[in-house]
Write a protein that binds this ligand. Structure first.
Ligand code: 6GU
Length: 270
């Protein structure tokens, strides 16, 4: 996969030299290129921002340097434009749709991703419209809070997407049981010693009974998700829940009623 990132703080992206993503780059599984937006300016001060039309606080990123940078990246894209395909341009923004694991899986299939890191109050909206001619543009947020710029969001998204590229993670089976892969949070994990600071590892995990262990872990996933992310429980397909699952959900305050999952408090009695 090819990834291009445009930023006025290219040093922020140095973290992508480390760990699994750094290794993927060295092994040519990931061709990651970071560009300094100021290299696409022509004035002595390398200006990237200006005052907003209509007034208001802060500054807005000027269109010209963005058009030059994104134009160059589109022209050099490995995506075959002859077939009508377009590279994907992700514009990190607290005003975007929320990036999730399903999206990470989808984006991990792409041949070419570009990221446009805005700062200040954002990028002139016409850049986004203009870029749609050459790119499939996706404004994306990493959650409901505000960062000063897109760089930290790009670090999060590139790590989430990059680790799903075949060959990047040594043991792909570790992807199967992690949080969000089946719509639930991960079960708790333990290692030696079996007794530590007066706290014991749950006995079933020492039993060697694999069916019982699987049931225990699934129960913990449901219990934890119900307590921490009840919104995810309501999104489960009740058809995928067996008797043990329904029992665990009941004890965590949810019922399967007339083919739907509802909080037990909404059950009407009598
Ligand atoms: Cl992607 N960018 C910024 N600036 N703030 C955010 C965000 C992105 N996601 C959540 N907050």
């Amino acid at each position: 996969m090819r990834i291009d990132v445009v930023s006025i703080f290219p040093e922020y992206l140095a973290a992508l030299d480390l760990s699994l993503i750094g290794k993927a780059r060295r092994e040519n599984l990931l061709d990651l290129n970071v560009h300094d937006l100021r290299d696409y300016t022509h004035d002595r001060h390398r200006t990237v921002d200006d005052t907003p039309y209509g007034g208001g606080a802060g500054m807005v990123m000027k269109p010209e340097p963005w058009a030059a940078a994104l134009g160059r990246i589109a022209v050099e894209s490995p995506v075959a434009t002859a077939t009508g395909e377009k590279p994907i341009l992700i514009v990190p923004s607290p005003a975007g749709a929320v990036f999730d694991q399903a999206m990470a899986y989808e984006l991990a299939e792409a041949q070419h991703l570009a990221f446009a890191c805005g700062r200040y109050e954002g990028i002139d909206e016409r850049v986004i419209e203009h870029a749609s001619e050459a790119y499939d543009v996706r404004p994306l947020s990493i959650g409901d809070y505000v960062l000063n710029g897109g760089e930290v969001a790009v670090l999060a998204m590139v790590e989430a997407i990059g680790r799903l590229i075949p060959g990047v993670i040594g043991n792909p089976e570790s992807l199967v049981e992690e949080s969000h892969s089946d719509g639930l949070l991960e079960y708790p994990v333990y290692t030696k010693p079996a007794s530590w600071e007066g706290r014991e590892v749950p006995e079933v995990l020492l039993s060697g009974n694999h069916a019982k262990i699987a049931r225990f872990r699934r129960g913990k996933q449901l219990e934890r998700t119900a307590a921490r992310r009840p919104d995810l429980i309501l999104q489960l397909d009740p058809e995928t829940l067996n008797r043990h699952d329904r029992d665990a959900l009941w004890h965590s305050g949810f019922a399967v009623h007339e083919g739907k999952i509802i909080p037990r408090s909404e059950l009407a009695w009598g």
